[in-house]
Design a protein around this ligand. Structure first.
Ligand code: UD1
Length: 423
């Protein structure tokens, strides 16, 4: 078990290069199973979750090479259609391989997924959508057994919630339903979903309506290999912007996508931060104490739930009262009690975090419980007076590439320490 040791209270200054997007990479790796030709992905972040997905592909007999941000996926050894629980336990996105495997084999077995404990994360909509697309599913001892039993001609499936994973799963199925015309309504609009649709079209799929809430898919017989460059990670971007501000510093991010963080940038400016964008860069500068504000995490283009814990830290050291709610994961509050240990004045009431700003947090030992919560505790430690030790920090390697060198590069005093956790 690793711990993150930080000496806080130092304004961060300098430049950080943003890595490729984790949540774009994972579904693309899964979707590469839809072809038997090689797929090349560029700007792939070297993250724990990406390595987990590579292990899953290897388990299925696919050959994968991954070096210096370049991933070559080549199913030349044939493709399996069973996965053991061990390989999907760690990460919910692993469930995305189910659709491609069913479309290649007619039948597949994938255990129900694991992932961060940020609230209930069922897969009922995935299964509902599959049924509508002619795929029967049964759950046997925690394993989803899916079998293609019929082919819809033309049909519309309406997603109850614009779920990212469900949209990606159903898209990856519909593209290979040759001769069918399928409309997916109320789909997720997140950039990562749009990128998957563009990637599939590059492989020969026929998806129309990308960027709107209705996708029209004309199924094709086969997809071919392609090359694709992964977009910058908007959650990593947001995390470093928030790190700059909680440290009262001045940080420029390189490799910035101008349209993916619009709601966050607007929110930070509303609080009084100096945020400037130019082409592929963004700079956040702390000029004076920020005003607290309400933060309502919702689906894209709203403020992302994956930045809600990190934003709570900024609110905790801003002036006045902030109210934070999350409509995507309504109980994503695991970070709150740990932030209190660092001197934050915050509490959960009626599915909202009520934050009363304090001048500065105080270092303490705390424990990470999920990926973005871990990032929030690191940000809190960056602000806090004296030493903070974030135990159980391993979660952070799921989503932040090279976090220690990147933070040290802008002046943070931090190190990773291997230690035994007292139970
Ligand atoms: C993805 C992201 C995750 C992000 C989330 C919301 C990846 C790998 N992960 O997760 O980082 O926090 O989007 O932006 O891209 N739901 C159901 N039934 C289902 C599926 C989802 O009820 O079958 C609910 C979930 O419980 C949740 C909401 O729908 O409340 C949205 O979840 P979803 O968009 O599916 O998130 P993920 O794809 O799991």
């Amino acid at each position: 078990m690793k711990s993150f040791h930080l000496e806080g209270g130092i304004p961060l200054r300098g430049q950080v290069r943003i890595s490729g997007s984790k949540n774009t990479t994972l579904p693309m790796i899964a979707a590469s199973l839809l072809t038997d030709e090689p797929v090349i992905l560029k700007n792939v972040p070297n993250l724990e979750d990406v390595r987990t997905m590579v292990d899953i592909l290897k388990h299925l007999g696919v050959s994968v090479s991954f070096r210096d941000g370049m991933m070559a996926i080549s199913p030349k050894n044939g493709l399996g259609n069973h996965l053991p629980y061990e390989s999907v336990r760690k990460m919910r996105a692993s469930f995305n391989v189910l659709g491609p495997l069913v479309m290649r084999h007619g039948k597949a077995h994938v255990p129900l997924p694991g992932g961060c404990a940020i609230g209930p994360r069922p897969v009922d909509m995935h299964l509902e959508g599959m049924r509508a697309l002619g795929i029967e599913t049964t759950i046997d001892y925690g394993v989803v057994c899916a079998e293609r039993v019929s082919k819809p001609d033309s049909m519309t499936f309406h997603l109850r919630i614009p779920s990212v994973g469900t949209t990606e799963q159903l898209l990856s199925i519909a593209v290979l339903m040759e001769g069918s015309e399928i409309v997916l309504n109320n789909v997720a609009l997140e950039p990562e979903v749009q990128e998957l649709a563009l990637f599939l079209n590059r492989m020969g799929a026929r998806i129309e309506g990308i960027g709107t809430s209705a996708l029209r898919i004309k199924g094709v017989k086969r997809l071919h290999g392609t090359e694709y460059e992964i977009i910058p990670d908007r959650i990593e971007t947001g995390t470093y912007l928030l790190a700059a501000l909680v440290s009262q510093g001045d940080v420029e991010l390189v490799g910035y996508h101008p349209t993916h963080n619009v709601s966050l940038v607007r929110k930070l400016r509303e609080m009084g931060a100096d945020v400037r964008e130019s082409e592929n860069r963004i700079r956040a500068r702390y000029l004076r104490r920020l005003n607290g504000t309400d933060f309502h995490a919702e689906v894209y283009p709203g403020l992302p739930t994956d930045l809600q814990p990190q934003f709570t830290v900024l609110a905790a050291v801003s002036e006045g009262v902030s109210v934070i709610t999350d409509t995507v994961f309504s109980d994503r509050f695991l970070h709150v009690d740990e932030l209190k240990r660092l001197g934050a004045n915050c509490s959960v009431r009626n599915h909202a975090i009520i934050v009363h700003g304090v001048d500065q947090l105080k270092g303490a030992p705390v424990k990470a419980k999920d990926l973005r919560g871990a990032a929030a505790l690191v940000l809190a430690g960056i602000n806090a007076k004296d030493r903070t030790v974030v135990q159980n920090i391993d979660y952070i390697f799921r989503g932040y590439e090279e976090i220690i060198p990147k933070l040290r590069g802008i002046g943070a005093q931090c190190e990773m320490v291997e230690e035994e956790l007292a139970s």
